[in-house]
Design a protein around this ligand. Structure first.
Ligand code: FES
Ligand code: MG
Length: 567
């Protein structure tokens, strides 16, 4: 228990070991800190820890060194001692089997370091898809005062009369290449133009969505979500973030509440944001003991318009969203749908942060009367194929396919998909439903972004652009198509998806929010009797994930990292 008369120890005195002579531990810690050249006065300041996620394997975090420097400047000027420390850093294209498999490792690492080290507050610097969720999960569990800073989106590059900014464009060009419309030489030129500045993917993919959600949840100023990575305002935002971390920000438990989580869900829907954000938000809220209810999401989706016209659902890039007024302008449009009294880490309410009628460019941020879509971007589906739910990003899908009953063409895992999808012998038509199973969180694939199954080459060559596709894995936030994701329970957990066979009939109804497997119970019982559960990996991180990972509706978190019952 803390002595109620003396204030709790701060700065380097925090969390000192006590093996019977606590003063010795402090003397030792100060003396080693002095070896780094700090004065006594500096060592008496409160400490702002800076989670430095710079990594030569993370291109999206290329700017982190200069952000750390600017943040240190801000923290120093505000009277703190900034001390940066490294953590795990995850970049989407760099990890095998996929970055999702390691999000919880980064969360665990970050939580442990934030908890163990003598810091009074932490500034978390993230950006690429899994990093911001991992850091917020860590912050909520550590419950140390925390501020978030994102690296910011890359700028789009001009190319042959259009603009390119990483994915969405990468997929569009690749689909054209697969269809034979684009030559080898062209696709090689595109490869060199897709990502040309530092920063995260320049569309409303997972990274940009999570940046916006982190701001609405209360971990940073609203406009900071969208400042381009290379803009000097990004460095000023870093300086301000350092200063904010030095000025006793609130604890995550004070800002992550039922109200702020609902604000964040509404924001996700209005942005037409990434489906991955739903998993991440469930994990972050779950760390605070708050459940993201997928049934409630449907109710919110029906009453939240899509207001932002960005790729992959629309036309613009993050730089356009920022220049158009960014989050304050969008949230002003939907302020009647928000809990405006939710407070952020600086103690400001969401209403104060939105301000009074911000300037807005209607090309990218629509008015309520003329939305991109009158209803939200994501819906959840339930039924005999997905008893615990599945999701569909309707804003990125083809409405003509919303009511489909068709034959299933089943691929049993990513290897099977890779081996057969382009086979000229594949028995498939554009009216079929492509099913990919055994790609959920329990599998060695680790719930990859494989849900955007390629259109079989022989159909792509005849001009087929979209088909109904379903899986227990995820899809990149930058992808598009009529793609049902996160089917729960997953096949590897013995969900009904495990029992689907090629030739079965499946019914998707977006209108009824339903997803059903039209196979007789007796047939399914026979198949279930033959089903074999997957083997456990022998050791290491894979083993821990297999033993502990939850399903998509619980955020694909590790059970032992969720709050203890009665905690
Ligand atoms: Fe890092 Fe897209 S790969 S944000
Ligand atoms: Mg992504």
């Amino acid at each position: 228990m803390t002595d109620p008369i003396s204030p709790p120890p701060h700065g380097l005195a925090r969390n000192a070991a006590n093996y019977g002579d606590k003063e010795f531990a402090l003397y030792l810690r100060r003396s080693f800190a002095k070896s780094m050249g700090y004065s006594q006065a500096m060592l008496e300041r409160p400490v702002v820890g800076i989670a430095d996620t710079g990594s030569d394997l993370n291109n999206c975090h290329r700017s982190v060194p200069e952000l750390v420097e600017a943040a240190k400047r801000g923290a120093l000027a505000a009277g703190a001692l900034p001390l940066a420390f490294p953590t795990v850093s995850l970049c989407e294209p760099s990890l095998f089997p996929c970055s999702m498999h390691y999000r919880n490792l980064m969360a665990l690492d970050t939580e442990a370091m934030v908890t163990a080290q003598p810091i009074d507050a932490v500034l978390l610097i993230g950006g690429c898809d899994k990093t911001v969720p991992a850091q917020l999960m860590a912050a909520v569990s550590a419950d140390v005062p925390a501020v978030m800073l994102v690296t910011g989106p890359m700028l789009a590059q001009r190319f042959e009369g259009e603009r390119l900014a990483a994915c969405t464009d990468c997929r569009r060009w690749w689909a054209r290449y697969r269809a034979g419309d684009v030559t080898e030489a062209q696709i090689a030129r595109v490869e060199g133009k897709l990502a040309t500045t530092s920063g995260t993917c320049g569309v409303m993919g997972t990274a940009s969505t999570m940046a916006c959600l982190a701001a609405v949840l209360g971990f940073m100023p609203l406009l900071d979500a969208s400042i381009p990575a290379v803009h000097s305002d990004r460095l000023r935002a870093a300086e301000e973030a350092g200063a904010l971390a030095a000025s006793k920000p609130r604890r995550p438990s004070e800002v992550v509440t039922e109200q702020s989580v609902e604000n964040t869900l509404r924001t996700l829907l209005a942005l037409g944001g990434s489906t991955n954000a739903l998993i991440h938000l469930a994990a972050i809220a779950g760390r605070a003991g708050i459940k993201v209810d997928l049934h409630k999401l449907n109710a919110l989706s029906d009453t939240t318009p899509v207001l932002v016209d960005l790729k992959p659902t629309g036309e613009g890039y993050m730089e356009d969203f920022h220049a158009a007024g960014g989050l304050p302008a969008m949230l002003w449009e939907m302020r009647d749908l928000l809990h405006l009294d939710a407070v952020d880490v600086a103690g400001r309410t969401l209403g104060e942060k939105i301000g009074e009628s911000p300037w807005v460019d209607r090309t990218y941020i629509r008015a309520r009367e003329t939305p991109v879509s009158p209803v939200g971007g994501i819906v959840t589906l339930f039924g005999s194929l997905a008893p615990d739910g599945a999701i569909l990003k309707r804003s990125a899908a083809t409405p003509a396919l919303f009511e489909t009953e068709a034959r299933a063409i089943v691929f049993d895992g990513v290897e099977d998909l890779a081996a057969r999808i382009d086979s000229p012998d594949l028995d498939v038509t554009a009216e079929d439903i492509l099913i990919l199973k055994n790609t959920g969180p329990l599998t060695p694939a680790g719930m990859p972004e494989a849900g955007y199954l390629p259109i079989p080459r022989k159909l792509a060559r005849t001009g087929v652009k979209d088909m109904v596709r379903m899986s227990d894995c995820r899809m990149s936030g930058t992808a598009f198509g009529t793609v049902v994701l996160h089917i729960s329970p997953e096949a590897a957990a013995g969900g009904p998806l495990a029992l689907v066979e090629t030739g079965d009939r499946i019914r998707l109804s977006v209108k009824n929010r339903s997803l059903d497997l039209l196979v007789e119970a007796a047939v399914l019982a026979e198949r279930r009797a033959k089903w074999i559960a997957p083997p456990s990996p022998g050791r290491g991180w894979d083993r821990l994930v297999f033993d502990q990972v939850t399903q998509a509706p619980e955020g694909v978190d590790l059970r032992f990292l969720q709050p203890a019952p009665n905690a």
